[in-house]
Write a protein that binds this ligand. Structure first.
Ligand code: PLP
Length: 388
């Protein structure tokens, strides 16, 4: 069986050492030493000024919306995980969906401006698959209209944009350290901001608004995370470079194997150090995608339709027909990608996909590897074979 992803697990001994230290201290949660250590090490690793470790990525989004005091309408993407939209609604705001870019699948800045009304308080955009949005264009629009920007950067661990962590952009960026993400602490997440006041506010909010044992400065919630979660994060952080390197090799191998597939891949941002968080394939037709999905499942290989359906069709929002998004959600598939996957697994997966294509009529051979990566593939071909 090949699942779409497998959580990374360190050696049990590594985790045990941390657990033993927790037993000695008998400090289980509430801003404990391992939580502090993880925050410090993450700051160092990611080279960011500020971050707060929180209970999960959804809570991170909710804290961001709450801390910015957002009300009314929030312009957002229909192509993301459900938490991007549900957090907006949960905070009593109205999501206004605008269409995505046909090449990057990120929110299309050209569509944002016409959706702005006097009620608009913010833009909540997702860097889909770890590929940054058009950050400059989005910031220009936000500044022009005096509205806030939150980035759901749940896919972005290790991604750099213009040589800086992509987490450093927007008024607030949020991320998830859920077990399915490439860096995880079982459950977990973080908020990032450049603004010291916002950071302070979210630190209070994370802990019920407590300011000392008997004082409360803010309306708060419980968004803390435990020592056990931080311990897993600390273990995994030691391995994250290997994980990133392995995913890159696997992705390049996929691209090379699938270069004649009737499909496209997202156009990666030019100013990007990519983290290879997912391996999305946009098939030319819905039929080809469906048949590949079925054929792979027949061999116990499981992909995920990230993302399907359009969030603009959720039962608790106003349905909005957005043609690019509707077309992409019908044809997109994320192929298996995780650290223990082997090149022979990829041989099998790609062979099944190409066989399906060969049985379908009207095939046209085409080459659609992102230009920026083509050279790298050639280089990798000399190092990849045999090495895992
Ligand atoms: C995983 C994910 C989330 C939610 O994170 P959790 O930690 O599971 O709450 C939010 N947005 C996106 C884009 C995600 O992929």
């Amino acid at each position: 069986m090949i699942p779409v992803t497998k959580p990374f697990l360190p050696k049990v001994k590594e985790y045990d050492d941390y657990v033993n230290s927790i037993w000695e201290r008998q400090w289980l949660t509430n801003n404990g030493p391992l939580v502090n250590e993880l925050e410090l090490k993450l700051k160092e690793y990611l080279d960011v000024k500020h971050l707060l470790y929180v209970s999960n990525g959804t809570m991170a989004l909710q804290l961001a919306i709450k801390a910015l005091g957002l009300t009314g309408e929030i312009i957002t993407t229909p192509f993301s995980f459900v938490a991007t939209t549900s957090s907006i609604v949960w905070q009593g705001c109205t999501p206004v969906f605008t269409d995505i870019d046909p090449e990057t699948f990120n929110i299309d800045p050209r569509k944002i401006e016409e959706a702005i009304t006097p009620e608009t308080s913010a833009i909540v955009a997702t860097h889909v698959y770890g590929n940054p949005c058009d950050i400059d264009a989005i910031q220009a629009i936000a500044s022009r209209h005096n509205i806030k920007v939150i980035y759901d950067a749940a896919h972005c661990f290790g991604t750099k944009y213009k040589n800086r962590s992509v987490y450093e952009y927007g008024d607030i960026s949020t991320t998830s350290f859920h077990a399915t993400k490439l860096f995880h602490s079982i459950e977990g997440g973080a908020v990032f901001t450049q603004c010291p006041e916002l950071l302070k506010k979210m630190a209070f909010m994370r802990n019920f608004g407590h300011n000392g044992p008997n004082e409360f400065t803010e309306l708060g919630i419980n968004a803390k995370n435990s020592e056990f979660h931080a311990a897993m994060g600390l273990c995994n952080l030691k391995h994250v470079d290997e994980i990133l390197e392995k995913r890159k090799k696997l992705s390049l191998y996929y691209w090379q194997k699938l270069q004649y597939l009737q499909a496209k891949y997202p156009r990666l941002n030019n100013d990007l150090d990519y983290n290879y968080a997912y391996f999305p394939v946009l098939f030319d037709t819905k039929e080809l995608m469906q048949q590949c999905l079925t054929a792979l499942e027949g061999e116990k290989i499981y992909c995920r339709r990230y993302f399907y359906p359009s969030l603009a069709s959720l039962p608790y929002v106003n349905y909005t027909f957005l043609p690019v998004c509707e077309s992409v959600v019908e044809r997109i598939l994320c192929l298996p990608l995780y650290h223990t996957l082997t090149f022979s697994d990829l041989d099998l997966i790609t062979r099944i996909i190409l066989r399906v294509q060969n049985y379908l009529p009207d095939q046209t051979i085409k080459e659609e590897v992102p230009i920026a990566i083509a050279q790298e593939i050639v280089r990798m071909l000399y190092t990849v074979n045999g090495k895992v």
